[in-house]
Design a protein. Sequence first.
Length: 165
Amino acid sequence: MAFVLGACGNDKDAEKRIAELENKLAQLESGTPAQGATPTAAPETKPEGPLPSFEFAAESHDFGTINEGDVVEHTFQFTNTGEAPLIIQSAKGSCGRTVPTWPKEPIPVGGTGEIVAKFNSKGKPNIQNKTVTITANTWPKQTTLRIKAMVTPAPKDDAATMPTK
């Protein structure tokens, strides 16, 4: 137990730095200029009229500790709490190992849906913080879901690294 607590303390700085970088990435993806930067394009304006809106049960999920090579998934459940049907144009993972699936049909006002985020930890040891960026007819247009895991590295195959005679 003491080892686990000690190991977690060392990762807090790394987690903080990763969160800062993810925020900067989200700003770049959404077109919001970072502090001190000059915008290159005019910012989008909120469309007129009734709009749909996501309300997620949770916008983040921690898988805890998993083994390298495990494939895990989490279902993010949501309700359209807006005033118009919700249409999801896309959902993209922050890397090729994070694959989302989403409903392709419109979600009516008051209707519910699910976005499933699947993460393959093969070749991804240690702390992993991944995002799924959803683009929909909401305001703002993009919503970010987050998943994280502590991936225990797979044991090295000593036979593969030993020289052959």
